[in-house]
Design a protein around this ligand. Structure first.
Ligand code: DON
Length: 309
């Protein structure tokens, strides 16, 4: 078995030097300023050992990676009733696509495309004030990452709110079918803010540990969800976590993973490790280019793919 420390070190060295860096997201103006020459990785093994490299302590906008955690919270609140509001099939379309919504009567394909994540946020919001719902999501992230210093980048949230015409369209369209219960402005406000949570690779990998260990953080002993629920969230990450790039990610990396347009990917090697990588340049499907390459190297070298060595 290759030594994880040297594998991570070699990956960080290779990624720092590669010329192909992808393109930063510019539809959220605040993200367009981020330097694409950054790369970070943090791997936390079953014993809680953190192996990190590159810019692993630099905070970034977690964006759609937050959808894994809002899905976890919403399942805790609504249980299987959540699946009346959102499906769990891959969409085969870009993350912000609107076309399927009409044919499927306002019920989004899965909780990770924007429409689905907005519907999930709406479930968390129901019965609360937007501020309370957002506080709940932020505290959940702080609890999972074991770090109360995690905050929301208000400039990113405001930047997305100013330019979020597509998400506004998606939310209004779902509202017309009764899939959104709360005022559209409220639901979108909470959604934009949870996408704007800022975290480092180390914090994100810590937050994802329960998914790698049957719903439980093995270091703190906290049971976050049942083993069955963790397994199912991982299944949705594998099939839908990279939108219309999910097949390619499964083929190359072979792990459940969730990407965000800030350039982060959270990946789960069941029983072995929770992994966060970050590099702001994206590929055509809106997923971190070097993040994916780095994970491909890691799973190949360590034999960690869920599909076999
Ligand atoms: O709603 C949006 O467009 C962003 N807040 C999140 C999209 C995203 O991260 C897609 N992921 N790769």
């Amino acid at each position: 078995m290759p030594d994880l420390d040297s594998v991570v070190r070699e990956i960080a060295e290779e990624m720092a030097q590669r010329p192909d860096r992808g393109a930063v997201a510019d539809y959220i103006p605040e993200l367009a300023h981020v330097d694409p020459n950054q790369f970070g990785i943090a791997v936390i093994d079953a014993d809680g050992r953190v192996i990190s490299g590159g810019d692993s302590e630099t905070p970034f906008s977690i964006q759609s990676v937050s959808k894994v955690f809002t899905l976890t919270l919403a399942l805790g609140m609504a249980g299987d009733r959540l699946w009346k509001r959102v499906g769990r099939e891959p969409s085969g379309n870009p993350f912000n696509s609107i076309v399927q919504l009409e044919r499927e009567r306002g019920v989004p394909r899965n909780p990770f495309i924007n429409a689905g994540a907005i519907a999930v946020t709406d479930v968390i919001l129901s019965g609360h004030e937007p501020r309370e719902a957002l506080g709940e999501i932020l505290r959940f992230m702080q609890f999972l990452a074991q770090d109360p210093s995690i905050t929301i980048d208000e400039r990113v949230a405001a930047s997305e709110k100013r330019t979020g015409f597509r998400n506004t369209a998606l939310a209004n369209y779902m509202k017309s079918f009764g899939v959104i219960e709360n005022p559209v402005d409220y639901t979108l406000g909470v959604y934009f803010h949870h996408c704007a949570i800022a975290m480092t690779c180390r914090q994100l990998a810590t937050a994802g540990r329960f998914l790698a260990h049957n719903g439980r953080n093995p270091s703190t002993g906290h049971n976050v969800v049942s083993a069955e629920r963790a397994r199912r969230i991982n299944a949705i990450m594998l099939t839908c976590g990279h939108y219309d790039g999910s097949g390619e990610f499964a083929y190359r990396v072979g792990l459940p993973g969730k990407s965000g347009v800030g350039g982060a990917i959270l990946a789960v090697a069941p029983g072995k490790a929770s992994i966060a990588v970050w590099s702001p340049g994206l590929d055509a499907a809106g997923n971190s280019h070097l993040g994916r390459v780095a994970l491909e190297r890691l799973t190949q070298r360590m034999g960690w793919s869920v599909f076999g060595a």
